[in-house]
Design a protein. Structure first.
Length: 263
C-alpha cells in the first residue's frame, strides 16, 4: 500500500526492502502491523464465504471442468467483495496513518473499527464502500484464476490422500495459485489502493476508476501499475500456500474415509 500510493515527485521508498527497513527504523517493528485488526476481523468470514460459495457453485454447475472451476471461483470472488472492500479500506487508511512517525503526533483513527465508524459518520455507506467497483473488477477474475490454478496444479502434481508428500505438494500448489491470481489483476489493485487512499490529508485527486488510471499513467507511465508487485508476490506465496493446504487437509480429516479421494 505504501509503495502503491506514494508521491512520485517525493518518493519515500526506493523499493520493497527499503520500505521494509524504513518502516522499522522510523516507526518501529509495530509499524509493520498497522491495520492488522481489519484483516483479523474480516479474513475468517472472507475465507468461509470464498470456499463455501466456490464449493457449492461447483456442485451446482455439475461437472468438475476447468471452466467450471474458473466460474465457481469468480462467483466466490464477486460475493466476498461485500466484506473485502470495507476491510481493505480500513486497512489502507490505518497503514497510511502516521507514515514516518515513530510516535503518532496526530491519530485520526484508534483502530480499524473506529476508522470505519468515522468514515461512515462522515460519508455514509458510500464512504465505507469506497473502491467497491475496483475491488469487484479485481476479485472476480482473480479468484477464478486462483481456483483454476490450484485445481490444475494439484492434478498435475498428483495430490492423493495417501501420498507421503501431499502436504508439500498442496503448499506449493496453493502458493503458485496465489501468485497467478495476483498477477492476473494486479494493476487494478494499484488503482483500488489509490482510490481508497484518496482523500487522506483532505485532498481528493480522483473522480473515479478511469480518471485514476488516466492521471496515474500520465504522471508515472505504465510502471505505476506494477508498484509494490514484489512485496505482494512475496506475501502471496506463503499466505495462500497455508490457506489452501489448511482447508484441504481439514476437509480430508473431517470427511469419512470413502469421501477423501473426492476432496
Amino acid at each position: 500500500v505504501r509503495l502503491q500510493v506514494q508521491n512520485v515527485e517525493k518518493p519515500l521508498y526506493r523499493g520493497t526492502f527499503h520500505c521494509f527497513q524504513s518502516i522499522i527504523k522510523q516507526e518501529s517493528a509495530f509499524g509493520l502491523y498497522k491495520g492488522i485488526g481489519s484483516p483479523m476481523m474480516g479474513l475468517t468470514f472472507i475465507n468461509a464465504l470464498v470456499f463455501g460459495v466456490q464449493g457449492n457453485t461447483l456442485r451446482a454447475l455439475g461437472k468438475d471442468t476447468p471452466l467450471n472451476q474458473f466460474l465457481a471461483g469468480s462467483a466466490a470472488g464477486a460475493i466476498q467483495c461485500v466484506i473485502c472492500c470495507p476491510m481493505e479500506l480500513a486497512k489502507t487508511r490505518m497503514q497510511l496513518q502516521g507514515t514516518g512517525e515513530y510516535k503518532l503526533k496526530t491519530k485520526n483513527y484508534k483502530n480499524s473499527l473506529d476508522c470505519l465508524v468515522k468514515i461512515y459518520k462522515k460519508e455514509g455507506l458510500r464512504g465505507i464502500n469506497r473502491g467497491m467497483v475496483s475491488t469487484f473488477i479485481r476479485e472476480t477474475p482473480s479468484f477464478g484464476f486462483y481456483f483454476l490454478t490450484y485445481d490444475c496444479m494439484t492434478r498435475y502434481l498428483g495430490c492423493e490422500a495417501d501420498d507421503s508428500y501431499v502436504i508439500p505438494k498442496l503448499l506449493f500448489s496453493g502458493g503458485m495459485s496465489g501468485i497467478v491470481s495476483w498477477l492476473s489483476t494486479y494493476p487494478m489493485d494499484v488503482i483500488k489502493s489509490r482510490l481508497q487512499a484518496d482523500g487522506v490529508g483532505g485532498v481528493t485527486q480522483y473522480k473515479g476508476i478511469l480518471d485514476c488510471v488516466r492521471k496515474s499513467y500520465h504522471e508515472e507511465g505504465w510502471k505505476v501499475f506494477t508498484r509494490g508487485l514484489t512485496s505482494t508476490l512475496l506475501r502471496a506465496f506463503p499466505v495462500n500456500a497455508a490457506t489452501f493446504a489448511t482447508v484441504t487437509v481439514f476437509l480430508m480429516y473431517m470427511r469419512p474415509e470413502d469421501n477423501i479421494p473426492s476432496c
